[in-house]
Design a binder for this molecule. Structure first.
Ligand code: NAD
Length: 352
């Protein structure tokens, strides 16, 4: 299995493989770029079929973190770790401690955090072996909830800030009376809906499970819509807050909204769809820019001198980053996702 010839290899600085015989841990850490600071990125545990599949994932995800951290104005680079195995079967405290020793062996060039299959308790086991862990204890909550370690409130606040800024850019208006269709009433989607409701937006919501929908209907006056209809409604904004690839060749032709601004990762099924959206006059808030509130939250948990207000001010910068993207997209007649990548590259590339 080659690394340097791998299609997802893109000048990654360091790719490290680790095996612990005592616990059976098999893990890979990829550090993509540390120009802005030590790399930060979650640890994902997944039953990968083989190490080639795990390598593909870690190379792709670590690069994505470099772009996300740069656009979120973090003094951090991009990295990621993957553990090969089923999180419901193969984890133990000793297993996660072995992962901690692996992280420690990179001397702080990689800081780990939560991702799929890894819990706060797992990270606490990692933290017995290394200081290079973020997100083990929550301290702040921008929505006034009790801090639990879940970054969803910060993500939802960031999406709210970004959506509001995008509406201002496109319609030159505030949110009062603006029609927003939200796909997914989960941790982020419901909190986004609540903030939008407080600013007078008219809400349409869809989910494949009823719990969040009933709450949104009763508490926020939202109208429930069938999942297959949510993106074709005659609304001003659609907010994908469920799974990836929501904007695809099937959903795109039916979209009537002028704004797409939501929390989901990898919203575009193909990068080229960004240009199609641009040509159709639909303003797309690039996913990794607008959904960065969670990683900003994790970053502030690691800082010793932060506060609720410092976290909030940092997340508010998502609006400024989007403004810069929209302005350049207009100047250069290019899709917002392409412009976002270029701005991120300018920020993390070494000058001179
Ligand atoms: P979640 O699992 O709490 O909520 C997702 C919701 O979407 C669930 O209620 C689910 O039933 C619903 N859903 C799934 N498929 C659907 C479909 N086809 N139609 C309608 N609803 C559907 O997840 P979350 O934490 O709210 O995250 C939402 C999205 O934002 C995910 O894509 C996630 O990767 C992304 N994201 C989350 C965070 C965070 O801090 N939680 C940070 C960055 C990005």
């Amino acid at each position: 299995m080659s690394v340097f010839e791998h299609p997802e290899f893109d000048s990654h600085e360091h790719v490290a493989f680790f095996h612990d015989s005592a616990t059976g841990l098999k893990a890979i850490i990829a550090i993509h770029n540390t120009n802005l600071g030590p790399s930060l990125g979650g640890c994902r545990m997944w039953p990968y079929l083989n190490s080639a599949e795990a390598l593909t994932d870690v190379l792709r995800l670590s690069k994505g973190m470099t772009y996300k951290a740069a656009m979120a104005n973090l003094q951090q680079g991009g990295g990621k770790s993957v553990i090969i195995g089923d999180p419901r079967q193969h984890k133990s405290e000793a297993f996660m401690q072995a992962m901690g020793r692996f992280v420690e062996s990179l001397n702080g060039q990689y800081v780990t955090a939560e991702d799929s299959g890894i819990t706060v308790a797992d990270l606490q086991a990692v933290a017995t072996q290394t200081d290079h862990v973020a997100g083990t204890h929550a301290q702040y909550n921008v929505l006034g909830e009790t801090p639990t370690g879940n970054p969803a409130p910060s993500t939802a606040y960031g999406v709210f800030v970004g959506l509001k800024q995008t509406v201002k850019h496109v319609f030159n208006s505030n949110l009062n009376g603006v029609k927003v269709a939200i796909q997914g009433m989960g941790h982020v989607g419901y909190r986004l809906a609540k903030q939008l409701h407080e600013e007078g937006a008219e809400l349409y919501v869809a989910d494949i499970f009823p719990e969040g929908l009933a709450k949104a209907e009763q508490e926020l006056g939202a109208k429930i819509v069938a999942p297959e209809d949510i993106f074709s409604l005659p609304v001003d904004v659609i907010a994908p807050c469920a799974m990836g690839s929501a904007i695809n060749d099937e959903s795109l032709p039916d979209i009537r909204a002028k704004v797409i601004a939501g929390a989901a990762n990898n919203q575009l099924a193909r990068e080229e769809l960004g240009q199609v959206l641009y040509q159709r006059g639909i303003c797309y808030a690039p996913d990794y820019v607008i959904n960065a509130g969670g990683i900003i939250d994790i970053y502030h948990q690691k800082k010793n001198d932060s506060s609720d207000s410092a976290l909030r001010e940092h997340i508010d910068q998502i609006g400024d980053s989007l403004d810069e993207i929209y302005q350049r997209a207009e100047e250069q007649s290019l899709a917002t996702n392409i412009i976002a990548n270029r701005i991120a590259e300018e920020r993390f590339s070494k000058q001179g």
